[in-house]
Design a protein around this ligand. Structure first.
Ligand SMILES: *Cc1c(COP(=O)(O)O)cnc(C)c1O
Length: 232
């Protein structure tokens, strides 16, 4: 019940943000980030109509995917954590989306390992937009080269970009990073007219409104749906 209420509230917030940005509510999808949460919590979210789930840890994600695969084949599973190259096979075999591509080697391995019997793996390039010490994502200047590389990989379907901007209380800084992502997204679409570039994954609880104003098509929310995580 609580999870359903949380989801209702977030859908309302998305609706308000879309209205303010003069975008249709259908333009922004909600990814429920279920890392560390048990299948019971995911089941509640499914009952409330949630379809897309994000996981950060390969093994944990696969256990959940297998648990729901018979009962809920409609679910969409997104890998959103950092990925070591020795774990690409599992992501290629089980997930529907991989949001954190940050080098050609990972893309090549996923392409080789994606079964011919499955739909191509949907992928996003992760951009390091805040230029922080964090190693996640590529610099914006490397986006087009990596996109052109992925375009030639038949078992991958390039869908767009993902970013995790550095947390900040400074609204101007937040907006600068998110609108830089919007610009890159437009550049990517123009450079890859034959790809189905339709996904800009950015916006978490703290920056959701600005992200939606800057063209986000997918917000990733965990704690506000499922409650605090316990890592012990
Ligand atoms: C954990 C995580 C989220 C969700 O974070 P919350 O603060 O729980 O909403 C979103 N995106 C990524 C990449 C994450 O790892």
């Amino acid at each position: 019940m609580l999870i359903k209420n949380n989801l209702d509230l977030i859908h309302q917030q998305i609706q308000t943000a879309c209205h303010q940005a003069q975008r249709p509510q259908s333009a922004v999808k909600l990814l429920a980030v279920s890392k560390t949460k048990p299948v019971e919590a995911i089941q509640e979210a499914i009952h409330a109509g949630q379809i897309a789930f994000g996981e950060n840890y390969v093994q944990e994600g696969i256990e959940k995917i297998q648990y729901f695969s018979d009962k809920h084949p409609e679910l969409e599973w997104h890998f959103i954590g950092p990925l070591q190259s020795n774990k690409t096979r599992l992501v290629a075999e089980y997930f529907d989306w991989m949001q954190t591509i940050d080098r050609a080697k990972i893309a090549d391995r996923l392409n080789e390992q994606r079964s011919a019997y499955k739909k191509p793996l949907n992928v996003l390039i992760q951009i390091n937009i805040s230029d922080e010490s964090s190693k996640s994502g590529i610099p914006p200047t490397e986006m087009l080269a990596l996109a052109k590389h992925i375009e030639n990989l038949p078992r991958l379907c390039l869908r767009g970009l993902m970013a995790i901007p550095a947390p900040t209380n400074n609204m101007a800084e937040q907006e600068k990073a998110l609108s830089a992502m919007q610009t890159l997204f437009e550049e990517l679409k123009a450079a890859c007219p034959n790809q189905q570039i339709d996904t800009l994954s950015m916006g978490m609880s703290d920056d959701m409104n600005t992200a939606i104003a800057c063209g986000s098509t997918m917000v990733r929310i965990g704690t506000a749906i499922f409650g605090q995580r316990n890592y012990s």
